[in-house]
Design a protein around this ligand. Structure first.
Ligand code: GLN
Ligand code: ZN
Length: 758
């Protein structure tokens, strides 16, 4: 009989209790013991649910107080020296200090978890001396067993992946670091073995991205050490998000199970399996239920897939699994009462995926005509969506095809445009601006929810928004910013705002997923063809412009970000959806320009998020992503200045694409990458307008003028002052009023000092 296994389950709780507990604790409204108790309740609840659903292998230690990579660093005592820490179990103060920064110390860098929208805290190894502070997987295992009688499968982040995701060491020090960490892992595994744990899941997703000879040798040695040290423990070496590189080497590693992703890496993994077979003595973890998508699984198709896999691994050595942790999907479709029925019937979130998992495992194991007919019925339930008129709009399809017949490009090259723009605006050297949003205080959020609930009329709400705009135009002038923004008070979320105004989108009531730390997002669902209805941002932007002589930047979210931050239909190529979005947004850009707005920012913070994990697939993605951006922006006049903004990324492989986007000005997050981004610009000559964020907006800390001038000086060693802009890292909507004003004043002061120098 095949068994079922879930690789991880969302942390946030059905009513986002987790987020609320973290934030209450941070705000000093929850004492530490009570905080622990609440998180424990959430943790156990998730386990109970998975047991109820009939899952055989339930992950434990997938839960976290913030992020599982940070947990791994904390487990090994890897606390950077700028945080007070004396050894032993890492206290919450240091743990959250690393995650969020403190008064005196900047937070650790945060970056994307592979190609998902989850962000992890980057471990810093320099100067750290690793030691096992507590055996977290063991504690999680015991808790599940003692409290609920559940025999969990502890999850650990594997050593190679952990080190590859860390920073603060030179590549040639990797082996030395492995030598230090592997014994600590060994200790963890030995204790698990002594406890009687049967299986552990060791995640090594790094093997799907790139794997060279040397890393393959490292894996062999790591897993041989583990096998020799804890011989009775079964290791499921888990991969996900793509097909594995060097399949033959991976499946030959000395472990008892190999977990493969047959959703996102289906063709690659299947081809490799056909070519090389699967070892007769190993268990296959067959990831056939998509852990990242929200659509119902076509169960008949997956049953056929399992049948194919059964040729390589017999039922008793096959675990039917989710393709990755369910961390990336919302908790349940139940309670989504407002979606169109045909859409709702096509959805499956974490809980429904667990049902699918149990169901398909049962059908696969206990083969019967009824079970198969049951799967067919299940599949039919989602077929109404395919027939819906929203799925195929001929007007959109025709217009997009027509646009794509000519190359999307501005009429003149950048130097000529920039000169025309300079002549129009006469901005000072090192112009200052912000990224778009200003603090969304409680009254702003309240106003929006009053409007939504009908308590406030549209008129009243719009008056409120206008007042906010007035207030902030004035504040921006007083602070001394050169290029102003309207502040985005009418937007809860930069994607949702546009999605609600475009056709082809739907919104859940409770479809939250964790983005980073306690921050959750509720991605829209793109289920039909995307179409522009009417201007979306013109009113607020022109109102702000009417209040000031300084330029006001219009503010749009770009097509790739909308795509990457939404759940996207799976019956159409992603790039086709991107072109539809681009065509819709182009109509907005043109509307803004017609209304007299001369600077328009098209945010693409998530452009890197869609970057394929495998190098060979990247240029195709970059090409269509760039094309989509250019479709949005290419029709404006020379003197209309196109800005773009990106955040939180390693741009090393993307500089060419950024260049090709051909924006007149780009603003990029820098401060949280601790200057690494500047390095990549040092080796490339980027010759368009650029603002490298001079302070981190993700921390409440007000940076000193000196910190900003240092960053500016450093950047200007690589970049031309005539093209340089001064701005924060990102939008300010999550910040408080006072700290924002003070930080911006410091930024203006830093610009003044820099102008005198350059
Ligand atoms: N314009 C957006 C804002 O300021 C950009 C946000 C982002 O980059 N994530 O909020
Ligand atoms: Zn940003």
């Amino acid at each position: 009989m095949a068994k079922s296994g879930a690789l991880g389950y969302p942390r946030i709780g059905a009513g986002r209790e987790w987020k609320k507990a973290l934030e209450a604790y941070w705000a000093g409204k929850l004492e530490e013991p009570e905080f622990h108790a609440r998180l424990r309740e959430i943790r156990l609840d998730r386990l109970r649910k998975q047991r109820r659903k009939g899952i055989d292998f339930i992950a434990v230690n997938d839960f976290s107080y913030y992020d599982h990579v940070l947990d791994t660093a904390a487990m090994f005592g890897l606390v950077p020296s700028r945080f007070p820490y004396e050894g032993g179990v890492v206290p919450l103060s240091a743990y959250y200090g690393m995650a969020r920064g403190t008064e005196d110390a900047a937070a650790c860098e945060m970056t994307k978890w592979f190609n998902t929208n989850y962000h992890y805290i980057v471990p810093e190894l320099d100067g750290a001396s690793p030691a096992l502070t507590e055996n977290k997987p063991l504690l999680a295992y015991r808790e599940a067993k003692e409290s609920l009688g559940i025999e969990g499968r502890p999850v650990l982040l594997g050593p190679l992946t952990f080190l590859k995701l860390s920073k603060g060491y030179a590549p040639e020090e990797l082996d030395r670091w492995l030598d230090r960490l592997v014994p600590l892992y060994v200790q963890v595994l030995r204790e698990l073995e002594a406890e009687g744990v049967e299986w552990v899941q060791i995640d090594e997703p790094i093997v799907v991205a790139a794997l060279d000879e040397a890393d393959t040798e490292r894996l062999k040695s790591i897993y041989a050490t583990f096998a020799a040290s804890a011989p009775k423990l079964n290791v499921m070496l888990q991969t996900y998000f793509e097909s594995v590189e060097r399949y033959a080497d991976i499946v030959a590693l000395p472990v008892q199970g190999i977990g493969l992703d047959f959703v996102h890496g289906r063709s690659g993994n299947l081809a490799a399996m056909r070519a090389h077979g699967f070892p007769a003595d190993k268990t296959l973890g067959a990831g056939v239920i998509d852990g990242r998508g929200i659509w119902k699984t076509p169960l008949r198709d997956r049953l056929a897939l399992l049948d194919t896999l059964a040729d390589f691994a017999p039922h008793e050595r096959l675990v039917v699994q989710t393709s990755c942790s369910l961390l990336h999907v919302p908790i349940s479709v139940e309670g989504e009462t407002r979606l169109p029925a045909e859409l709702r019937d096509a959805l499956a979130f974490a809980d429904e995926k667990l049902d699918e998992l149990a169901r398909i495992t049962k059908a696969f194991s206990g083969r019967s005509p009824q079970a198969e007919a049951g799967l067919s019925d299940y599949d039919r339930a989602s077929s109404a969506l395919a027939l819906s008129g929203a799925r195929r709009r001929t007007d959109v399809r025709r217009a997009v095809a027509a646009i794509r017949e000519t190359e999307a490009r501005r009429s003149r090259p950048f130097p000529e445009r920039y000169a025309a723009q300079q002549a129009r605006w006469r901005l000072p050297l090192l112009p200052t601006t912000t990224i778009g949003s200003f603090p969304q205080s409680a009254d702003v959020r309240q106003a929006r929810s009053r409007f939504r609930s009908g308590a406030w009329s549209r008129e009243r709400y719009e008056r409120f928004i206008r007042e906010q705009i007035e207030r902030w135009v004035k504040l921006q002038e007083d602070i001394g910013l050169d290029v102003l923004v309207h502040g985005e008070f009418e937007r809860t979320d930069m994607v949702e705002f546009f999605g609600e105004k475009l056709e082809g989108f739907a919104f859940t009531q409770n479809g939250w997923v964790q983005s980073y730390g306690s921050r959750c997002v509720k991605p829209p669902i793109i289920y039909g063809d995307v179409a522009f209805r009417q201007a979306m941002t013109v009113e607020e932007t022109t109102y702000a412009q009417s209040l000031t002589a300084r330029p006001v930047k219009g503010m749009l979210t770009g097509p790739i970000t909308i795509l990457n931050w939404s759940f996207v239909r799976d019956d159409l190529e992603r790039r086709e959806v991107a072109y539809q979005l681009a065509y819709a947004l182009r109509q907005e850009v043109e509307a803004l320009e017609r209304a007299g707005i001369g600077m328009i920012q098209v945010d693409e913070p998530a452009i890197r998020e869609g970057l394929p994990l495998k190098a060979k697939d990247r240029s195709a993605y970059a090409d269509w992503a760039v094309e989509a951006f250019r479709i949005v922006t290419c029709t404006v006049k020379d003197e209309t200045q196109i800005h773009t903004h990106m955040c939180y990324c390693e741009f090393h492989h993307m500089i060419d694409a950024i260049e090709a986007m051909d924006a007149d000005v780009i603003s990029i997050e820098t401060s949280r990458s601790h200057g690494e981004l500047i390095q990549s610009f040092e080796t490339n000559t980027y010759a368009k307008g650029i603002g490298l964020g001079v302070y981190d907006i993700h921390s409440p800390r007000v940076p000193a003028v000196r910190e900003m001038t240092d960053l500016i000086d450093r950047a200007l060693r690589a970049l031309d002052p005539k093209l340089f802009w001064i701005n924060p890292d990102c939008g300010l909507k999550t910040r408080g009023l006072e700290e924002t004003m003070e930080s911006l004043r410091h930024m203006i002061e830093a610009a003044r000092i820099a102008r005198a120098k350059y």
